[in-house]
Design a binder for this molecule. Structure first.
Ligand SMILES: [Zn+2]
Ligand SMILES: [Zn+2]
Length: 423
């Protein structure tokens, strides 16, 4: 196949039965988030570039080298969204949602775009589900959000999960910490990788989660933020953990998780699984008390998370292959007149929720039955010239060849027969 007729590098099709895993994840998200009082927001896939450069931070990998940025025909700089939080905040401000009295809790789901080197499980178009809760200072919401994620992951069917939390302080206490970390890193800068040397200038805390062995060693005795937290941050973190305990979310504190994005304050968390080898974070999130203001809105705190669907789908798709939907019945029409009679039957039964297949060519009956059997249909209905004249359909249960006749317009009996599993 010619290269240009294939999906572009880093972009993938999701076809059955894999798409079933994706649907399952979507269903779990919608159901779980609904129960926690979150409503859906659908945001566009493009935003003004500044939304991301202001929020994510100019000096992050995402903004520096991974964004799909282009000028539209009127010369505006637009960017395919590399993440969902900044657009959600933009939407929140634009529609004045902070004036709503109801809890401001929203979720989103959809594709994100980053020009990264494609590798196993990582794509340039990838899907995220995320949620944001606005206007709530109380650490109770941070914990409740993790409880919601726990319920969601349980619904999806994922095991071997580790919940890790940390606090990265606030505008009051973080500068002192960063200075201490700077001094520490500077004193042994030669031992760090090139990325970390760059981070030293731009995003110092990222050196703590660098996976290069030399860097891990060099930062082994680096100062930790927990020793620098102000009273407010300490209290927030302790209370957050107390609530996690009450909610039964087993977790550990990992002082080295820092998250890559500039906008986080206080609470951050990561949920990892050992089922995926080394690149193992499935969910990440945290609090962002200044972001709404940074993007031109009122001083409203927020907390949110995002999870990558590819990894979840990969983990569960093996369990989905035997879950392909099968037709409840297959209506075989032997000729055009029969089809005209069959149309109403199919329509009526579909309206009532049955998955109803039919034939699109007039092959021999035995061939059609074989096809129905192969599709996994439990029942076949057969309509031919004789049946049309008598105003009936013949039915047959494929599992035990039980047969019978029903009047063409007796949809009730059809449903009754199909609903009877014969067990
Ligand atoms: Zn603080
Ligand atoms: Zn490094």
């Amino acid at each position: 196949m010619k290269e240009k007729y294939r999906a572009p590098k880093g972009f993938q099709d999701i076809i059955p039965p894999d798409s079933l895993a994706w649907q399952h994840i979507d269903d779990c998200a919608r159901g779980t988030f609904h129960r926690y009082g979150y409503d859906e927001i659908r945001i566009p896939v493009v935003e003004h570039t500044e939304i991301f450069s202001r929020s994510i931070g100019e000096s992050t990998d995402i903004v520096e080298k991974e964004m799909y940025t282009f000028e539209d025909r009127a010369g505006r700089s637009l960017t395919l969204r590399p993440e969902g939080t900044a657009p959600m905040v933009r939407c929140y401000i634009q529609h004045g949602l902070h004036t709503e009295s109801s809890p401001q809790k929203y979720y989103y789901s959809g594709p994100m775009f980053r020009y990264e080197r494609p590798q196993k499980g990582r794509f340039r178009q990838f899907y995220q589900i995320g949620a944001e809760a606005f206007g709530i200072d109380d650490p109770y919401i941070d914990a409740e959000m993790m409880s919601m994620i726990r319920d969601f992951l349980y619904c999806v069917g994922l095991g071997s999960l580790t919940y890790e939390v940390n606090s990265i302080g606030c505008v009051k206490c973080r500068p002192d910490y960063k200075k201490a970390l700077h001094d520490h890193v500077y004193s042994r800068i030669d031992r760090y990788c090139d990325d970390c040397k760059r981070r030293y200038e731009t995003n110092i805390m990222r050196v703590l989660d660098c996976k290069v062995p030399g860097c891990v060693e060099a930062s082994g005795d680096a100062p930790l933020i927990r020793d620098f937290l102000c009273e407010g941050c300490k209290e927030h973190f302790n209370s957050f953990r107390d609530y996690l305990g009450l909610m039964g979310v087993e977790h550990s504190v990992n002082p080295r998780i820092v998250r890559g994005l500039d906008y986080y304050t206080r609470t951050i968390f990561e949920i990892t699984t050992t089922e995926l080898g080394s690149q193992n974070a499935v969910v990440a999130g945290g609090r962002y008390d200044k972001l709404v203001e940074d993007l031109g809105g009122p001083p409203v705190p927020g907390v949110g998370f995002a999870l990558g669907m590819e990894r979840l789908a990969e983990l569960i798709s093996g369990k989905m292959s035997n879950k392909m939907p099968v037709p409840d019945l297959f209506i075989i029409c032997m000729n055009e007149d029969a089809r005209k009679a069959g149309v109403a039957v199919a329509h009526e039964l579909r309206e009532r929720g049955l998955r109803c297949e039919t034939n699109y060519t007039y092959a021999s009956l035995s061939k059609q039955v074989k096809r129905a059997d192969k599709a996994g249909a439990r029942y076949v209905f057969v309509i031919g010239t004789d049946e049309v004249q008598r105003g009936i359909v013949k039915f047959k249960r494929l599992s035990d060849a039980k047969e019978g006749e029903i009047a063409l317009d007796d949809h009730e009996s059809m449903i009754k027969i199909i609903s009877d599993n014969g067990s």
